[in-house]
Design a protein around this ligand. Sequence first.
Ligand code: GDD
Ligand code: GTP
Length: 411
Amino acid sequence: MLKAVILIGGPQKGTRFRPLSLDTPKPLFPIAGLPLIQHHIAACTKLADCKEILIIGSYTTTTMAPFISEMQKEYHIIIRYLQEFTPLGTGGGLYHFRDQIRAGNPSAFFLLNGDVCADFPLKELWEFHEERPNALVTIMGTEATRQQSVHYGCMVRELSTNAVTHYVEKPNSYISTLINCGVYVCSLQVFHTMADAFQRKQDGFYNGNGQGHPGYMSWEQDVLAPLAGTNKLYANQVSNWWSQVKTAGSAIYANRHYLELYRERLTHAPCNIIPDVYIHPTAVVDSTAVIGPNVSIGAGVRVKAGVRIKESIILNNATIQEHALVMHSVVGQDASVGEWSRVEGTPSDPDPNKPFAKMDNTPLFNNDGRLNPSITILGAGVVVPPETILLNSIVLPHKHLTRSFKHEIIL
Ligand code: GDD
Ligand code: GTP
């Protein structure tokens, strides 16, 4: 039997994802028509041996409850949300809930960061892990550019065995282009290593500076780094599509890839479609609209005559009025784009000319305090009047605009 644990952080995390996370917690933000972490759940449930999924975070149980019960109904396996009383770090939460994870004595558990998206090769990872009886943790690894690698966990491995000999989390200078994807297979014995790490943290807390929370532990720094070089930590390098979801722009990028993976499920075509497109069955789309590529349209959305939408996510119950154009944008729930208006952003995809390039995850503002060009975002309930242009702008929820804007954040 196998289990899976998904780490989702809490309201304090995901700041670069604002303002999209103002209305919906980031783990529940819909990508290709499904909440971000539903993609993780779907991947786990494809393994017949996976019997339970535990989601660990510091969002309130009330925030997560409707999603959890929906998932239980859809996938018919045990899915539970475990709330941390305070953010305990990537390792602290895992250690705190160790008894829940160990219950039933699973052969191993998958550990997945909630803020990545991928064509998760879980079966392949599990087989790799199983072939190495002394492995406590197998890390899914991928190749990055030299320049970008330092923003991730970097690993050096012994090529013949794939054992990780050196692990540094977000190093200051270049170490390796093999990076940690935030997807792991762990044997239960890893909790012994974690107990030692926890003890060291406690000693440091009570006998040292006493800063932070005593239960706080970093999975990467306190567990993975010390395991390197002990022949208990392995890296399985894969070439599957993988990306982090940190900024709003990366949601559009992830949308494209998930749409491609789920192509077979996208059969509903009420208008002229340029694949890949997902349209929720309850959306009402005029037959003269042209939609795609890379568009997801949520429940209850209305798309009127002559509309053009590409590279965008339109959230539930939004309305796109006649002949409006929406490109490289996210239109929030209940928002409305007026007739003949143009809502346009700048794509922020990885550089297609650089092999292994990832998303840049640039912050919202540059050093001069100006908005970095990115996708355009309309918060929930925003109203864009007819015949206006909105370019590279972010509009916070419930604003009723009265004119055009370029490169602005509208508070
Ligand atoms: N439950 C819980 N509690 N989850 C947490 C906490 C916490 O206190 N802090 C972070 N998380 C979750 C986040 O929601 C995210 O899904 C995951 O743990 C990783 O969190 P970050 O702290 O944001 O790390 P990162 O994404 O910058 O880097 C990690 O992922 C990279 C791959 O995406 C590291 O593991 C890197 O080594 C790795 O390359
Ligand atoms: P494709 O037609 O998708 O190959 O793109 P393109 O290079 O012709 O132009 P673009 O991607 O900018 O626009 C896509 C479609 O939207 C084109 O058919 C344009 O005529 C149409 N379009 C562009 N701007 C507007 C606009 O402001 N309003 C409306 N309704 N349509 C527009």
